[in-house]
Design a protein around this ligand. Structure first.
Ligand code: FAD
Length: 387
C-alpha cells in the first residue's frame, strides 16, 4: 500500500538521530549537497540541550580545533539571514572572560596568542579595561580579562528552526515525535534504523543525540563516553541603565556568567555539587552560592528580581572536548556529540564536517584527533576554556 506523504520514508541515504543544533545543521548541509536525508527526533526540534543553551558564541578556546570550528561557525552565524535564511538575533557584543588567578592569566595569555595566530582579534585586557568594558563588574581581585570583540550571543531556537526549515525546503524529511529504538546491521554494515513509527532502510547513520548519545552508540556497540550534567539558568527582571553593548561576561574562576536578554539579564553558573543524570527539574539549592558570587563580582545584579529560569543538560566527556568521528566497528556510523557545554556555537561547522564525512571528502579541518578512540589510546585533548 502506498504511504501517505507524512508517513516515515522507508529508506534514506542518511538517517540523522536527534533534532538539536547538530542534527539540524547536518540535515541542512547534507540536503544542500543533494543527499537524501531523514532526521528523526523523539520530541520536538531543539527540545534537548539546544533550546536550554545560553546562546553564547565565542572563538576564545585553548584548543586549535575548537578555535577553527568556532571561527567557521561564527562566520556562518553572521551569514545566517542569507543561508539558510533565518533571523537568529546575533549580538556581536564581544565575549569577556574575567580573570582573577595568576595561573589563569598565564593560560589565557597563551590561548590569546594562539587565537591571534589563527586570525582572531582577541586580546588580554588590564583590570581597568575589563571593568570599563563591563561596568557591572567589581572586585579588587580582578587581574584582567580576555576579550574577543566579534563574539557574542544568538538565539539557539532560531538556529534550529533556520536549519530545519532550510533542510525541509531542500527536500529533507524531518520527523518529530519519533524515537530511534535500534539499529540493525548485517556483518559490520548498517542496514536499518528501527523507530517507534517503523523501520527506515539506510547504510549511514549520524548520531547527534546530545546527552543521550551513549545509548545511541550502544545500539551499534560503540562506546561514546558522554555524561549528562544539569546546568541551570536564571532570567532577571528589567534592569535600569544596562548598556546596549554589554559583552557576554564570564567570571572564569567561579563560572558565573551573564549577558543581556531584552531589558534584563540571563545568568548562570555551574554547580560543583550537581551529580550526573538526566533530570532537568529546576532547583533552588545552587542559588545561595550563585548570589554569593553575584554580590562579590557584580553586586548591582543582586538587587534585581528573578523572573524565571530553566535547567538543561551539558553533555560532558572526560576531556571536555567534543567527540566527532566514524565508528570502526559498524560501517557507517558517524557521531558528533559530547560538546561539554559549547555545542551550540560549534553547530554550523560541525554540520559541514558531518556532510563531508558522509561524502568522504576531507573536511575544512582534520578532526581525527576528536574521534572516540582517543579515550582508549589515552590521547585526551583537554580544553581549558570551559565554563
Ligand atoms: C544551561 C545550558 C547553557 C548552555 N550554554 C551554551 C552556550 O552559551 N554556548 C554553547 O555553545 N553551548 C551551550 N550549551 C551547550 C549546548 O546547549 C549543547 O552543547 C548543544 O545544544 C548540543 O546540541 P546537540 O544537537 O548535540 O544536542 P541536543 O540539542 O540535546 O539534541 C539531541 C536531540 O536528540 C534527541 N534524541 C536523543 N535520543 C534519541 C533517539 N533515540 N531517537 C530520537 N531522538 C533522540 C533528543 O530528544 C534531542 O532533541 C549550554 C547548555 C546548557 C544546558
Amino acid at each position: 500500500m502506498p504511504r501517505s506523504p507524512s508517513a516515515l520514508p522507508d529508506s534514506a541515504t542518511v538517517v540523522v538521530i536527534g533534532g538539536g543544533v547538530i542534527g539540524t545543521s547536518a540535515a541542512f548541509h547534507l540536503s544542500e549537497a543533494g543527499v537524501d536525508v531523514v532526521l528523526v527526533e523523539r520530541r520536538q526540534l531543539g527540545s534537548g540541550s539546544t533550546s536550554r543553551a545560553a546562546g553564547g558564541v565565542r572563538t576564545q578556546f585553548s584548543d586549535v580545533l575548537n578555535i577553527e570550528i568556532a571561527k567557521r561557525s561564527l562566520a556562518a552565524f553572521r551569514d545566517f539571514t542569507r543561508r539558510p535564511g533565518w533571523e537568529i538575533d546575533l549580538k556581536e557584543v564581544g565575549y569577556l572572560f574575567v580573570i582573577t588567578r595568576e595561573q589563569d592569566l598565564r593560560a589565557f595569555e597563551q590561548s590569546v596568542a594562539l587565537q591571534r595566530e589563527h586570525g582572531l582579534d582577541s586580546r588580554i585586557l588590564t583590570s581597568r579595561e575589563t571593568c570599563e568594558l563591563c561596568s557591572l563588574l567589581e572586585g579588587d581581585d580582578i587581574l584582567g580579562g580576555s576579550f574577543s570583540p566579534g563574539d557574542g550571543h544568538a538565539t539557539p531556537d532560531g538556529v534550529v528552526q533556520g536549519y530545519a526549515s532550510g533542510a525541509r525546503a531542500l527536500g529533507a524529511h524531518l520527523r518529530t515525535g519519533c524515537e530511534v529504538l535500534a539499529i540493525s546491521t548485517s556483518g559490520d554494515r548498517i542496514t536499518e534504523v528501527m523507530t517507534d513509527a517503523g523501520p527506515i532502510r539506510t547504510n549511514v547513520v549520524i548520531c547527534a543525540a546530545g546527552p543521550w548519545s551513549r545509548a545511541c552508540g550502544a545500539m551499534v556497540g560503540v562506546d561514546l563516553p558522554v555524561v549528562p550534567l544539569r546546568r541551570q539558568i536564571l532570567f532577571t527582571e528589567p534592569m535600569q541603565g544596562l548598556p546596549n553593548k554589554l559583552p557576554m561576561t564570564i567570571d572564569f574562576e567561579s563560572s558565573f556568567y551573564f549577558h543581556r536578554e531584552g531589558p534584563g539579564l540571563l545568568m548562570g553558573m555551574s554547580d560543583p555539587y550537581a551529580a550526573p543524570g538526566f533530570s532537568v527539574e529546576t532547583t533552588d539549592d545552587w542559588i545561595p552560592d550563585l548570589m554569593a558570587v553575584v554580590r562579590r563580582r557584580a553586586p548591582r545584579i543582586a538587587d534585581i528580581g528573578i523572573r524565571g529560569g530553566w535547567a538543561g543538560l551539558y553533555e560532558m566527556t572526560p576531556d571536555h572536548n567534543a567527540i566527532i568521528g566514524e565508528a570502526d566497528t559498524a560501517s557507517r556510523f558517524l557521531y558528533a556529540t559530547g560538546f561539554s557545554g559549547h555545542g551550540f556555537l560549534q553547530g554550523p561547522a560541525v554540520g559541514e564536517i558531518l556532510r563531508d564525512m558522509v561524502l568522504r571528502r576531507p573536511p575544512f579541518i582534520d578532526i581525527a584527533p576528536l574521534s572516540a578512540d582517543r579515550f582508549d589510546a589515552a590521547a585526551l585533548r583537554p580544553e581549558y576554556n570551559v565554563v
